[in-house]
Write a protein that binds this ligand. Structure first.
Ligand SMILES: [Zn+2]
Length: 479
């Protein structure tokens, strides 16, 4: 069970009694000095937030569209900050212009908390945008720019926590590592994937990784925050068929294209039985009270709901993202045959984006497809990850829960399974705990322009994000 309500409450009550004690002592201490301390701490907060807002805008102005990436400029941006602060750092290039950077605050134990984010962003076409995507323009409510949500804001939240820990002079109980990487948007081959192979010493004694992966959202008028604990596994396949090339006017009985069409008909037999793996069942149970009937009942009995074809078909219509959490799927996305209408090609191909539930073995799915399609079709694996789940029974998850509970007592915290993927899979598949969390509260439609046009972040989200992430990091690594 992931987020066990009982544990959550028990944990919070011990946590809260500590908070009340601290509150009580601090009231005693501050009563004699009146409001001037509060004023000056508010001023200090404002000053700090102004500093990091300015850094956020500078970061957004660095164009790290991937392709080509160009993360070197962003890595230099962080390097200058670390130089100014007197913090040693490592900057390594995985390819020309593709860079990764990390800095470490040494702790007392040989254990490390990694604050991870990616510096690259998906491309933005300025013609479609209301504001230039790399100008970081600001109005009363928003900061506009590619990367505002995915995921340069998280990078600045991490930087704020990291620098403030460093400036405080407090020695943390374990190492705190700030890590900004390249290439996440294209799968991480020049980022975390490359680093794990070439710089394994960056990944020694990891206690936990805090990465992107989940944000807050309003559901049925209730604020929810999510911590991503696992993801569906991508398995990208190319099916290829061969045949004799020739002229369309005098074709052979079977060609590469007709063979591929036959194969695609066969593929309709590839069905996956819907089911709720344990973290997904927990997620639906937690979501249920936020929905009206019949979804409230169906979500709270999700293991029964998955057995009903009618309910599943309705859910697919109602919310295709939730539906995706309950089944593996293979979706054909690209077809290739001849480049010319009167030319019969020697080869034809169909690419499929399969997303598997996190406990499915990708090799078995490939075998199943190969058996179904027979020897005339070659099934090639283009990308495949190993399964991995991070248990929410981890002190970092509990710290996130406690900080959210302190700041937003009305909000609900959900352990989340993501239908997409991030760099967290590199860690989870080697048994390292990685949580996806950014304390941003998206509006009802949940878009904010991530990977689309007009990506933007509210100033409120920015200021709260700074504070929440700092609280989590400081509470987690100091006693
Ligand atoms: Zn991202």
């Amino acid at each position: 069970m992931n987020l066990n309500n009982k544990n959550f409450k028990v944990f919070l009550s011990t946590r809260l009694s500590r908070i009340f004690f601290v509150l009580f002592v601090s009231l005693l201490c501050s009563s004699a000095q009146g409001s001037s301390i509060q004023d000056s701490s508010a001023q200090a907060d404002n000053k700090k937030h102004t500093e990091f807002l300015e850094l956020f805008r500078q970061y957004l102005q660095i164009d790290t569209s991937n392709p080509p990436g160009g993360e070197l400029a962003a890595a230099h941006f962080f390097a200058h900050i670390f130089e100014r602060e007197g913090i040693p750092y490592d900057l390594v290039e995985s390819a020309p212009g593709r860079s990764n950077i990390r800095a470490v605050i040494k702790g007392r134990k040989p254990s490390a908390l990694i604050l991870l984010h990616h510096m690259d962003v998906v491309p933005a076409n300025p013609e479609q945008w209301e504001h230039p995507p790399f100008a970081a323009l600001m109005d009363d409510q928003f900061i506009h720019g590619r990367g505002a949500v995915d995921t340069k804001s998280l990078g600045i939240f991490h930087l704020n926590a990291f620098l403030n820990l460093h400036r405080s002079g407090v020695v943390p109980d374990r190492d705190v590592v700030f890590m900004a990487t390249a290439d996440e948007e294209s799968g991480g081959a020049f980022g975390v994937g490359w680093l794990m192979e070439h710089w394994p010493e960056w990944f020694k004694n990891i206690d936990a990784v805090l990465n992107e992966g989940a944000v807050g959202k309003s559901i049925g008028g209730k604020t929810t925050y999510a911590v991503e604990v696992t993801q569906k596994i991508p398995l990208w396949l190319r099916l290829e068929t061969q045949g004799e090339a020739g002229h369309g006017a005098a074709p052979h009985a079977q060609t590469a294209v007709t063979r591929l069409l036959d194969a695609s008909t066969q593929l309709q037999q590839l069905q996956f039985v819907p089911r709720a793996i344990a973290p997904v069942a927990d997620y639906f149970t937690a979501l249920a009270p936020l929905y009206a009937s019949p979804w409230r009942e169906r979500f709270s009995a999700i293991n029964e709901t998955v057995k009903s074809a009618d309910s599943m078909a309705e859910l697919h219509e109602f919310d295709h993202r939730l539906y995706a959490l309950l089944t593996s799927s293979c979706t054909p996305t690209r077809l290739q045959g001849s480049g010319k209408i009167n030319v019969v090609p020697g080869m034809a191909s169909l690419e499929m984006d399969c997303r598997l539930l996190p406990d499915v073995n990708p090799e078995q799915v490939v075998e199943r497809i190969q058996t179904l399609l027979g020897p005339e079709v070659q099934v090639r694996t283009l990308l495949s990850f190993k399964p991995g789940v991070s248990s929410s029974q981890h002190p970092l998850f509990e710290t996130i829960a406690a900080v959210l509970q302190e700041r937003y007592p009305e909000a609900l915290l959900l352990p989340k399974v993501s239908p997409g993927f991030t760099d967290s899979h590199f860690f989870r598949e080697s048994g390292v705990t990685a949580f996806g969390f950014s304390p941003i509260l998206l509006d009802e439609d949940g878009s904010y322009g991530v990977h689309g046009v007009n990506e933007r972040l509210t100033l409120d989200d920015f200021h709260q994000g700074l504070q929440v992430v700092e609280d989590i990091v400081i509470q987690y690594v100091t006693d």
